[in-house]
Design a protein around this ligand. Structure first.
Ligand code: PLP
Length: 461
């Protein structure tokens, strides 16, 4: 029987958890899903059901090994189907998007004579790996994080661009990139397009499109922990011919045909890029989450998150002292995933997010969200501001560094969660913070004075 969206939205583990806060105890409101999502109950149950069968994969001859190997490959096929990959594409499992982009950057045979184009709004994971292997050209973005496509075309015309690496959905503003249009542009000039789908995969259908389609995505990556399957796996999908050849970036067991004292003959893809024992449970979790998301339907997921985003934008916009980042007119919530960055006048982002947690029992994220260049642009920091910030950070003093607070939705959030945050912010704006906080230089965070709840011993950790 098929899972409805309503059933799925009630299926996340721990969404009824009660946590300590300065007022006692309260149901925890998690508005930090862009960082990581809770697990689906169906994922947890599937892992529990499989554990008695868990065994070594590849080359084990026992029944459990054979079963585990078959299950692992089935999970790979589920991921391939999910993104619309063809038999000419390979799915490589790794730890997360970061590891997958690092791998990709080292597997394309790039040199400093090659150009990789990326936007100024990329997550560091889709920026720093490329800097190590090629010349990176950063393209300007608007306040939503939308890449300047004219600037991209100008750069492509110079004829040195090998890869356009673009985020499919921004982890700062939620902006959805016209990723297929970007791919078509890249292809017209002989470049590959890599889509960072870390913020997309749980919220909109990822579709590579067939290779003959001009907007086909050559390569993409995403993380299972951002799509309700937090068991430490990520996936990279791309042309098989590309990964069947070249030097693997990591070497060891499980990815060789034969080894002599002086030579090694690498396996073909995907084994060539999966050295060591793979994360079978992670792959099972991801495949189960994918099937649940597909059953509930991405139309329903998108509709729910858009409605909630519109509601939150309208609710927050009315609060005194609030600044919402992105475009001033960009409040419809139509063309973005549910990620909303904001600040409140008179309270630094770090202190604000601590107070939201300790006075509201609400989880949000603050800082620069691993997208420092974009945040500096959104905050309109001058060169002097930026260099002051660098000095402060290098002196391990993070009290005053600029940043934002971010709320981000999962499929289980609802209007009550938005109201909880809005009421908390309203109270701060009207009455100020009620807790007393001190800055913990080691944690780099504000902590409530004299209040440090102990970890529940029943967790056994
Ligand atoms: C847009 C984007 N890309 C890449 C990443 C890196 O993902 P991971 O931390 O799972 O490697 C993130 C994580 O927040 C992200 O939001």
């Amino acid at each position: 029987m098929s899972l409805t969206f309503e059933e799925l939205s009630r299926s996340c583990v721990g969404t009824d958890a009660v946590v300590p806060f300065l007022g006692g105890e309260r149901r925890y409101v998690n508005l930090d899903n862009a960082a990581t999502t809770p697990a689906l109950r169906q994922v947890q149950e599937t892992i529990d059901r499989f554990l008695p069968w868990y065994s070594s994969i590849h080359r084990g001859t026992g029944y459990k090994s054979r079963l585990s190997t078959e299950v692992f490959e089935r999970c790979r096929a589920t991921v391939a189907d999910f993104v619309g990959a063809t038999a000419n594409e390979t799915v490589i499992f790794g730890k997360n998007t970061t590891e997958m982009v690092n791998k990709l950057s080292r597997r394309l045979g790039l040199s400093q004579a090659d150009v990789v184009c990326l936007s100024d709004a990329e997550h560091h994971s889709n920026d720093l790996p490329w800097r190590k292997v090629a010349q990176v050209v950063r393209l300007p973005v608007d306040r939503r994080g939308a890449m300047d496509l004219d600037a991209l075309e100008t750069e492509l015309r110079r004829g040195r661009v090998r890869v356009v690496a673009a985020t499919a959905a921004s982890n700062v503003t939620g902006h959805l990139s016209p990723i297929h249009e970007i791919a078509a542009l890249a292809h017209r000039h002989g470049a590959l397009c890599f889509a960072d789908c870390a913020q997309l995969a749980a919220h909109r259908r990822v579709d590579m499109r067939p290779p003959e389609d001009p907007g086909h995505l050559d390569l993409l990556a995403f993380s299972a922990h951002k799509m309700y399957a937090p068991y430490g796996v990520g996936a990279l999908v791309g042309p098989r011919r590309l990964f069947d050849q070249g030097e693997p970036d990591h070497v060891g067991g499980g990815m060789v045909e034969v080894v002599t004292p002086t030579r090694a003959y690498w396996s073909q893809s995907p084994d060539r890029d999966e050295p060591g024992t793979p994360n079978l449970l992670g792959a099972i979790a991801l495949a189960r989450a994918i099937r649940c998301l597909l059953e509930a339907g991405f139309d329903a997921i998108a509709e729910h998150e858009q409605r909630l985003t519109r509601y939150a934008l309208a609710r927050l916009a009315k609060l005194p002292g609030i600044t919402l980042y992105g475009d001033a007119g960009w409040v419809s919530g139509e063309d973005r995933v549910g990620v909303i960055p904001f600040n409140l006048a008179g309270v630094g982002h770090s202190l604000l997010s601590a107070a939201i947690s300790w006075e509201g029992a609400i989880g949000v994220r603050h800082g620069c969200f691993c997208a420092h260049p974009f945040i500096q642009r959104l905050l309109e920091l001058s060169a002097a501001d930026s260099s002051r910030m660098i000095d402060q950070v290098l002196a391990h003093d993070r009290r005053e560094i600029p940043g934002l607070v971010r709320m981000s939705f999962g499929l289980y959030n609802d209007e009550r969660d938005v109201d909880a945050l809005a009421l908390t912010l309203e109270r701060f704006a009207r009455e100020g913070l009620s807790g007393r906080y001190r800055f913990d230089a080691v944690l780099g965070e504000y902590e409530p004075e004299g209040f440090r709840p102990a970890i529940d011993p029943s967790l056994g950790i």
